[in-house]
Ligand binder design. Structure first.
Ligand SMILES: Cc1cc2nc3c(=O)[nH]c(=O)nc-3n(C[C@H](O)[C@H](O)[C@H](O)COP(=O)(O)OP(=O)(O)OC[C@H]3O[C@@H](n4cnc5c(N)ncnc54)[C@H](O)[C@@H]3O)c2cc1C
Ligand code: FES
Length: 278
């Protein structure tokens, strides 16, 4: 069993939890994820490792409540435990000194960019973080990000904070001011990662994206997470989740994500109707 050490609500429907998982914390690296199960009957869901502390053995996850499993997880409190917390899984981010690195996080995608930004800074890069949110109220981790980067640029869709517009506008603004960007890592909704990759293709900026296809076993056995990257079929759980954004078949990824929508809606209704005691 894995105990919840800390729980905070960072914005409506976004929760941060520290889980006691010393073996995961010991090996975790930026870019990796865990697969957890809330209880014996629960589904396995993948969540990115947003932070880890090798001394205390705590692993931070930040999640948005969107369906049955995340709803059940959000109902738990400090002192409660979850049955499975498996990881670290996936390939770590490639961390090296490149020059100027930009991390772009959209919505909940800001959380997984945080350990990457920190590791890139520690490797000697100039790091700029672009953080996008629909509105100011749901922006997360601004102070944490400021502490590990050289500059933070915030965009909000409604202009309630920072630059009004999308993260792609902020990327363009950096280019316009003469910033020589050596690499961008973009994490967030698929449509956002696609837009960033489309924008940077012509600019010739290497762009890494972290994909979130449906995952079942998380170990490369079931094929559920397969994605087309250039001429190759890759399994996001073992080959990724990070890939070259200019080679990813985003259209295929989006259509596979829609495959289970009806079943997921039924399960969410089920949990809402019978409560969490099952
Ligand atoms: C590598 C990876 C890292 C992720 N990291 C985070 C994170 O840090 N924070 C966060 O909030 N979310 C993250 N996600 C997405 C998260 O796994 C889903 O939100 C979660 O599984 C939803 O489960 P649910 O039962 O609450 O919702 P459901 O109603 O079951 O699903 C809602 C939507 O979530 C996605 N989803 C559902 N099941 C899975 C699954 N097994 N694998 C992948 N996606 C699924 C689908 O897009 C689906 O339409 C990550 C996904 C992947 C693949
Ligand atoms: S989740 Fe089964 S192969 Fe990746």
């Amino acid at each position: 069993m894995f105990k919840i050490l800390k729980k905070e609500e960072w914005s409506p429907s976004v929760f941060a939890m520290e889980i006691e998982a010393p073996r995961v914390a010991k090996k975790a690296q930026a870019g990796q994820f865990i697969v957890l199960r809330v209880d014996e009957k629960g589904e396995r869901i993948p969540l990115t490792i947003a932070d880890f502390n090798r001394e205390t053995g705590a692993v931070l996850i930040v999640f948005q409540v969107i369906g049955a499993s995340t709803m059940k997880l959000a109902e738990l409190n400090v002192g409660d435990s979850i049955v499975d917390f498996v990881g670290p899984l996936g390939q770590p981010s490639e961390i090296e000194k490149l020059g100027t690195v930009v991390v772009v996080g959209g919505g909940i995608g800001v959380a997984p960019t945080y350990p990457i930004a920190r590791a890139m800074k520690e490797a000697g890069n100039k790091v700029i973080a672009i953080m996008g949110a629909k509105t100011k109220d749901i922006l997360i981790m601004e102070e944490e990000m400021k502490a590990v980067t050289d500059e933070v640029v915030v965009t909000t869709d409604d202009g309630s904070y920072g630059i009004k517009g999308f993260v792609t506008n902020a990327v363009q603004a950096l280019v316009d001011r003469g910033e020589k960007i050596d690499q961008i890592t973009a994490i967030g909704p698929v449509i956002m990662m696609k837009s960033v990759a489309d924008a940077t293709r012509d600019l010739g900026i290497r762009t890494i994206v972290s994909l979130n296809p449906i995952m079942v076993d998380g170990t490369g056995m079931c094929g559920g997470c397969r994605v087309q990257v250039g001429d190759e079929t890759k399994f996001a759980c073992v080959d990724g989740p990070e890939f070259d954004g200019h080679l990813v078949d985003f259209k295929g990824l989006m259509s596979r994500q829609r495959m289970y929508r009806d079943l997921e809606a039924q399960e969410k209704d089920h949990v809402c109707n019978i409560g969490l005691d099952r």
